[in-house]
Design a protein around this ligand. Structure first.
Ligand code: BGC
Length: 734
């Protein structure tokens, strides 16, 4: 009895004495000690082998800590739209858990289309809570790779074509997630603008395009977001793989930008021990060991940053300082995440997360056409609404590659519409897109496909309104990792089907899903069009709220929609510019990516960058400048009133573009430099104020190898979209 009594006391007291001891004895385990002191202390206690062991994977999605010292491992999870379902410790097979169903948040392109920084912060907060709850320390995302081509299979995981918008929209996500003790691992650094030949393509890009287009969003997240980890991409730059590229990782990222976190390889992106050791990589993941080797550590010891690196250190061929720098970065990451006392416990599938998901979806949907105000559809106006299209019933969280999600709840567009319009809604699939991951296999026979089409056309005759729900999906060669789209057109005969439906029924609204732009040859024969990206778990409800007018649409395009693929800058230069020849791709269009090409070369798009309609209208007033002149390192404020002149409450995104018409190097006609999203009641006016800083005026000088501001006359454009200039102001830079 007495023995048991003592045992109980010991069990209760022991953990406290141990942690008290830890606190006093080991700085690294004291959660209140400064991180740098913890790093220094831990480093001093580790053996050479322990140091090596924390630099590479120990399973598909973890890297080791130091169990002897009580230093925790790091748990990784894809990313970026929710926590991926658990896979086996040592293979890509799903682990078959029954408690890993989560909230799928809208795709990052949708988030970018909200142009709402607060929603980005809510996204980062909510999604990181789900990661924390699942025991993850590193969220593999978000992505700020620039949309160079609409064929990129991973376009939906990124934030559009403009470096300013992409950086601004990634920043709050990162800050909010890291505040919860979950590291963001920003993807994919750098120049991962296509999936075709992603493991081998070498990118040839001019210094100016690199600095002005492809790097700024990453730089902003590092410098203003305090980014903790970053993922090296698969492709090469200057013929060296990005994951082991000294110029990119050591010189630009670490030395120039001051990144103090860890560079994580994309899964299998590290190839060469010397380059990996000296080229700036800190954690090697996913190298193609299949776990079937006979050695005890299942092959992970054969990674470049494992035994081979240890040998080079032991032989004195690589200095200990190189190893210690990597180890310090990994330890810093551990103390910031898995051993951070402020890391949240998190939660999964909470009401709040669904609400955030819904809100982002609603604000990201873009109204592209609304002839005669066919939208919103007031309940009761149409008795026979026919919904046609595979995407009306498809789970679009499945497929797409590593961002695939297993959802607990997924409201389909059809369910969302039925919840509002009830029995008035009939459905015909019209076309069938097969199952995710099938590489263009049409699982239905030609007869069955014809049946689907005829059924839709027959039903269309009896309907008063058609809502066609199609677009892209997450199948292979659509919006999916590891391959690009094969065509700018929508697949599965959708263009023909929409055309034929429009002949039968003039009241037709097209709703599209997808992370990329596509051709819309039927646009003149339909009355309305909404583009939805991917909306995650609350997809149908978000769509129904916009269609019914419960929510006024306020999303705007983060990518231009060209009329045809050949209108894009890269397309002008043929195969060498995309997808490349002999695994060499040349970014010949330079800085003229997306709208920069269209506005400078005078090509008319189908839908301009930054375009999106509303159920209300806005009037922009006259801008007021704090001064008409500014020194090249000074600042200037410009404000202007914006009024809601319509009948419903709505949100307007005021886009500030700036031009520098006379410069020593050719500059785009105008470039996005800031934006603000404001909410206005009918008749209400608000003042929108922008501060112009040197960052808004600069360009990369190839002669100076730096950003410069050249004196001269600059023009500010206040736009509702890139092509719709509502007000201008001129100022002089001295
Ligand atoms: C993808 C990454 C992903 C990783 C782990 C890679 O193939 O490119 O984005 O995070 O796999 O799933």
């Amino acid at each position: 009895m007495k023995k048991n009594y003592y045992l109980t006391i010991m069990l209760l007291v022991f953990p406290f004495t141990l942690s008290a001891q830890n606190n006093s004895k080991f700085t690294f385990s004291n959660p209140d000690a400064p991180i740098e002191a913890r790093v220094k202390d831990a480093l001093s206690r580790m053996t050479l082998h322990e140091k090596i062991k924390i630099l590479h994977a120990q399973s598909k999605f973890t890297s080791a800590g130091v169990p002897r010292l009580g230093i925790r491992q790091l748990n990784y999870g894809d990313g970026p739209h929710g926590v991926r379902a658990e896979v086996d410790w040592n293979s890509w097979n799903t682990a078959g858990w029954t408690n890993d169903s989560i909230v799928a948040f809208p795709s990052l392109t949708c988030l970018a289309a909200t142009w709402n920084r607060d929603l980005s912060s809510r996204y980062g907060h909510a999604v990181s809570e789900e990661f924390a709850f699942r025991g993850k320390d590193i969220l593999l995302g978000p992505g700020t790779t620039i949309a160079r081509t609409p064929l990129n299979g991973r376009g939906f995981e990124y934030m559009g074509e403009d470096p300013y918008l992409a950086g601004e929209m990634a920043l709050p996500y990162i800050i909010a997630a890291q505040k919860n003790g979950v590291a963001c691992c920003l993807k994919h650094f750098a120049l991962n603008n296509q999936e075709t030949d992603r493991f081998s393509v070498n990118v040839n890009v001019g210094e100016r395009a690199l600095r002005e287009i492809y790097l700024p969003a990453f730089k902003k997240c590092v410098q203003k977001g305090g980014l903790w980890t970053i993922m090296g991409s698969y492709n090469k730059w200057n013929n060296v793989y990005a994951c082991q590229n000294d110029s990119l990782l050591n010189k630009i990222l670490k030395q120039e930008w001051g990144f103090d976190g860890a560079v994580v390889s994309d899964w299998g992106g590290a190839t060469d021990t010397w380059q990996v050791a000296l080229g700036g990589l800190d954690i090697e993941m996913g190298t193609f060991t299949n776990g079937k080797t006979t050695d005890s550590s299942l092959g992970y010891n054969t990674y470049n940053l494992a035994d081979p690196f240890e040998t080079l250190i032991k032989e004195g061929k690589i200095p200990m300082s190189v190893l210690d720098d990597k180890v310090s970065r990994v330890l810093r990451t551990i103390f910031r995440t898995s051993m951070n006392k402020s890391k949240v416990v998190g939660s999964q599938c909470s009401e709040e997360h669904y609400a955030t998901c819904l809100k982002i979806g609603e604000e990201g949907i873009v109204l592209l056409k609304n002839e005669k105000n066919i939208l919103p559809l007031k309940k009761g106006t149409y008795r026979n609404i026919l919904v046609v299209g595979d995407n009306a019933v498809r789970n679009m969280s499945e497929g797409g590659g590593s961002s695939e999600l297993k959802t607990l709840k997924d409201v389909s567009p059809l369910e969302g519409l039925r919840a509002v319009y009830g029995d008035c809604v009939d459905f015909a699939r019209g076309y069938y897109a097969g199952r995710p991951l099938y590489d263009n296999v049409e699982p239905l026979t030609a007869d069955s496909l014809l049946f689907l089409k005829n059924e839709a056309l027959e039903k269309a005759k009896k309907a008063d309104l058609i809502i066609f729900i199609g677009g892209l999906n997450k199948n292979c060669r659509q919006d999916c990792e590891n391959s690009d789209r094969m065509s700018y057109d929508l697949s599965y005969g959708q263009n023909d089907l929409i055309g034929e439906l429009a002949k039968v029924q003039k009241n037709i609204i097209v709703v599209t899903y997808g992370g990329n732009a596509f051709a819309t040859p039927w646009i003149n024969s339909v009355k309305g069009m909404l583009h939805c990206w991917y909306l995650g778990s609350m997809s149908g409800e978000a769509l129904a709220n916009i269609i019914s007018g419960k929510v006024c649409p306020s999303g705007k395009l983060p990518i231009i929609f060209a009329k045809r693929l050949s209108d894009y800058g890269f397309a002008h230069y043929g195969k060498r510019a995309y997808p490349g020849i002999d695994k060499q791709v040349y970014y010949d269009e330079g800085i003229f990516v997306g709208y920069r090409w269209f506005n400078t070369k005078g090509v008319k798009p189908q839908f301009p960058f930054g375009f999106g309609l509303s159920y209300t209208s806005f009037k922009y007033g006259k801008p007021t400048l704090s001064s008409k002149q500014i020194s090249s390192d000074g600042t200037l404020t410009i404000s202007l009133p914006v009024t809601n002149t319509g009948k419903v409450e709505g949100k307007e995104i005021v886009e500030l573009f700036i031009s520098d018409p006379v410069a020593s190097e050719e500059r785009p006609t105008k470039e996005l430099k800031d934006f603000q999203k404001i909410s206005l009641k009918p008749g209400e006016t608000k003042n929108v104020c922008f501060t112009i800083t040197p960052e808004h005026l600069q360009f990369w000088s190839t002669a100076n190898h730096s950003f410069i501001v050249e004196p001269g006359i600059f023009k500010a454009y206040f736009c509702s979209n890139e092509s719709d200039i509502r007000a201008t102001a001129v100022f002089v830079v001295r």
